[in-house]
Design a protein around this ligand. Structure first.
Ligand code: PEP
Ligand code: MG
Length: 820
């Protein structure tokens, strides 16, 4: 056991906040030669992703596993803060026990600490004592073997079902591995107990487990009692055998996924859409450049135009206010009232009229006066006034649009890498962008399954969607940190925030590198179950990128992307060239080509499709294919021809009825006969609830199913996947969607057919595990997710994933599933 000396105890310390308290406690360990100072930063970083408040006035800050090499010798320091330090909301700490642990020599001390936890009088005494010996005596005293409150009585009986297992990790059951154990145990309804020699702990209580003082290679008995006791035992034993500590340290996608940054800078909250952290200046995406004439001959006419434009802008702002108020509340909407006030500014209007009188056009005069006023306000140096300048420019832009002579297309190019901010981005907007210059994307509208999100993920650009209109009011070039996992855009961050964000960026990059190096290893679970991991692509060049990234084929070619950004549809030969370029790049790996899925949020101007009231419920997907043989047949011909160059499968989108499938198959059969081509597999997207309900019938006519969870979620929950406020709830992990998936898998397996998933949830670590557990055998995702998901699947057992899926199906909400 390690020694606790007076040098590593500090009494009567004071700190303004948690950060300062950790720095004080950590510096004791630096001074005593236990660790390098960098480990203090690591401790601070851990606070961002985990709570080290133990309870009853005690916190145990410790660093991240990856920084363990900064520890020179295992040690513990205790810093007493008699006045208390706020740790997190509602948590006050009096004793900060900083831990630098290379091994588990401190475990006995940790166990003593947990005894103190149950004893408020002792904590109070130690928080006020003026003699360090009191603390040393209490934390190093020989322990009695009672486990006490928070755990189970020593005398507690063993349950009927138990397994003895030896701890195999590098260390014993200390904070990190015990947390991992508790997290797994909590997934089950069964009661879980752990015995170590004569002590018995509640397996769902961290404190109770720590009290066991089980050191490395200790033998523990895991017991479970309840309806899912077998599954619980199996999962816990597997986790212990796998090495809980190692699992907690493993750089899997999970460790970063969802681990949101918590910075001090002002933040705009949105929906996490593509993972990663970006740091850089914000730039607004503008589809148009406003061109105004410099001069005008008729001043009276220009004056009328100005007043009309101001009046129209006021109407727009009023509507915007009401819309935002209904959607996001009065506070968020208030900005638009403020904007209206600017338009009533007599000085601004007078100055503009003056310029008009001297021969300028209304647009030119307005732009000049607004800019001059904004610069004057910004120059006053006050932060609040600076914001007013941003608002002024914004409202000025609104009026200017109305005064424009022309709105010109502006190319989406930037001189420096930027975080791109937009109301929303259509697929064609995003396609025009130069990914090398876009380091982050934040949109005011949209949801996690919108095409902005899909494209951001496929370009590996951290992104936030649905951030609300506030984001549109930020000035160009504002420095920001975009957290694509936490869904926050931090504005004008300070040095500490920047330091932390850069550290997380580096950590993320290191983790990605580890996963990348292992990307060609199959996704074989720890108990030997294989899941195929393939990629979603939109064009020929991506096929090669997918192979390089470790994809085992293409599970979804969104062929409609070949039809965007052009003046006419690609010819059969052009399509054949594109598909066969893909088979060449895939070199024998399978390619699933989805036939044209136009409609919904994907528009193709040259097709002149009639505008629809409800495009997602209109003529899209297979309905359009069947209605437009001029598009469908050449595509099928190109696919059958390309099938001679590699293993190609056809997939029909949006199948809702058996008739549609039969009609599409019949056309495919005709095309095949025309070409005298051999048959190829024909599957369908399952993305409409009716397809799930008639899956047994569809399975009779389809070779495979691929579940499009993006659409299946929006149609099951009746929530538009692009809706600014609903999209947040349109989560494919909703139990209703998961039950749909389960039904589909059951119907397919009864007919001997396989099921894949190609919606966004396949690329989410938790989603991937649940889908695999539900019996999905192929997961198709954006290219950058491939290596991370393979690593994640390799780190778990199939049995545990099945148990997880079972529990997910029984949940009541998506939030409950995500909390599993
Ligand atoms: C889906 O709906 O889940 C899907 C993969 O198709 P898309 O996102 O292209 O509509
Ligand atoms: Mg779809």
């Amino acid at each position: 056991m390690i020694k606790l000396t007076r040098e590593t105890i500090r009494l009567n310390a004071q700190a303004r906040d948690k950060t300062e308290a950790i720095r004080i406690a950590g510096s004791l360990l630096v001074d005593s030669g236990n660790m390098q100072s960098g480990y203090i930063d690591s401790m601070l970083l851990r606070e961002k992703v985990a709570n080290t408040f133990l309870g009853n006035g005690i916190a145990i800050p410790h660093g991240l596993p990856k920084d363990r090499e900064l520890i020179l010798q295992t040690g513990i320091s205790v810093t007493q803060f008699p006045a208390g330090v706020q740790w997190n909301q509602g948590e006050t700490v009096y004793l900060v026990v900083a831990i630098a642990a290379r091994s588990d020599e401190h475990i006995e001390l940790l166990a003593n600490l947990t005894d103190v936890l149950d004893d408020p009088a002792t904590v109070q005494r130690l928080a006020q004592t003026t003699d360090a010996a009191d603390i040393i005596a209490r934390l190093t005293a020989a322990r009695n073997t009672e486990v006490g409150a928070g755990g189970t009585a020593t005398e507690a009986e063993d349950f009927a079902k138990w397994v003895d297992v030896a701890l195999t990790g590098a260390a014993g059951l200390h904070a990190r591995p015990a947390t991992a154990f508790v997290e797994i145990a909590k997934n089950f309804q069964a009661e879980v107990r752990v015995r170590h020699i004569s002590k018995v702990a509640n397996g769902k209580s961290l404190v109770s487990l720590l009290k066991l003082g089980a050191d490395k290679q200790a033998s523990i008995r895991i017991m479970a009692r309840g309806i899912d006791e077998d599954a619980a035992l199996e999962a816990l034993v597997a986790a212990v055998k796998h090495g809980l500590e190692d699992e907690a340290d493993a750089p899997t996608a999970m460790t970063r996924q969802g681990a949101a940054l918590a910075l001090q800078a002002r933040a705009i909250a949105g929906i996490a859409a593509a993972p990663g952290v970006a740091i850089g200046p914000l730039r607004h995406f503008r589809r148009e450049k406003i061109v105004v004439a410099v001069t005008a001959l008729d001043a009276a006419h220009e004056q009328t135009r100005l007043f009309q434009a101001i009046a129209t802008a006021k109407v727009q702002l009023g509507e915007l206010h009401d819309e935002v108020k209904a959607r996001s509340g009065a506070a968020r909407a208030a900005i638009f009232r403020a904007h209206e006030e600017f338009l009533d500014d007599p000085e601004l209007v007078e100055a503009t009229l003056c310029q008009i009188q001297s021969g300028h056009s209304a647009g030119w005069a307005w732009r000049a006066c607004v800019e001059q006023r904004a610069q004057e306000v910004a120059a006053l140096g006050d932060a609040l006034l600076k914001e007013r300048a941003v608002d002024l420019r914004d409202v000025g832009h609104r009026v200017l649009r109305l005064l424009a002579n022309t709105l010109e297309e502006e190319p989406g190019s930037f001189d420096v890498p930027v975080i791109l901010v937009a109301e929303d981005l259509s697929p064609s907007d995003t396609a025009r962008l130069d990914p090398a210059k876009i380091i982050g994307i934040c949109t005011a509208a949209g949801g996690p399954t919108s095409h902005t999100a899909i494209i951001a993920r496929s370009l590996d650009i951290p992104a936030i969607v649905g951030a609300g209109p506030a984001v549109l009011n930020q000035a160009d070039d504002t420095l920001c940190i975009l957290d694509g996992d936490g869904g926050n855009l931090y504005l004008e961050p300070g040095e500490t925030d920047l330091l932390l964000a850069r550290q997380v960026q580096q950590e993320w990059a290191a983790q990605r590198e580890t996963e990348r190096l292992a990307c060609y290893q199959p996704a074989l679970t720890t108990d030997g179950h294989r899941i195929e991991v393939v990629a979603n692509i939109g064009g020929a060049p991506e096929a090669e990128q997918a192979v390089i990234a470790g994809a085992e084929g293409i599970g979804l070619l969104r062929s409609e992307f070949l039809f965007l950004q052009r003046a006419e549809p690609p010819s059969e030969d052009e399509q054949f060239a594109a598909y066969s370029a893909m088979t060449r790049a895939l070199n024998g790996l399978p390619l699933i080509i989805r036939t044209l899925d136009i409609g919904g949020d994907k528009e193709v101007p040259y097709l002149s499709l009639p505008a629809e009231q409800n495009p997602f419920l209109g003529v899209r997907g297979i309905r359009l294919c069947l209605a437009r043989p001029d598009l469908f047949r050449p595509q099928l011909r190109a696919i059958y021809r390309a099938a001679a160059t590699g293993p190609v499968k056809i997939m029909f989108p949006m199948i809702a009825t058996v008739e549609e499938l039969l009609a599409a198959r019949a056309i495919a059969a005709e095309v095949r006969r025309e070409l005298n081509a051999p048959p190829i597999e024909i599957g369908i997207m399952v993305e409409v609830p009716s397809a799930v309900l008639i899956a047994p019938e569809l399975a009779a006519h389809a070779d495979f199913f691929s579940i499009g969870t993006n659409d299946l979620t929006q149609y099951t929950l009746a929530m538009d996947r692009l809706h600014p406020s609903l999209a947040r709830q349109a989560d494919a992990l909703h139990p209703a969607v998961l039950r749909m998936i389960e039904m589909t898998v059951k119907a397919a397996s009864a007919a001997g057919k396989w099921v894949g998933v190609c919606g966004g949830i396949a690329g989410d670590p938790k989603g991937a595990a649940i889908l695999a557990g539900l019996g999905v055998t192929e997961l198709s995702m954006s290219i950058p997710s491939v290596a991370a998901i393979k690593a994640h699947l390799r780190s778990q057992s199939f049995v545990a994933m099945q148990a997880l899926a079972k529990r997910a199906l029984a949940c009541q909400s998506a939030a409950e599933v995500r909390a599993l």
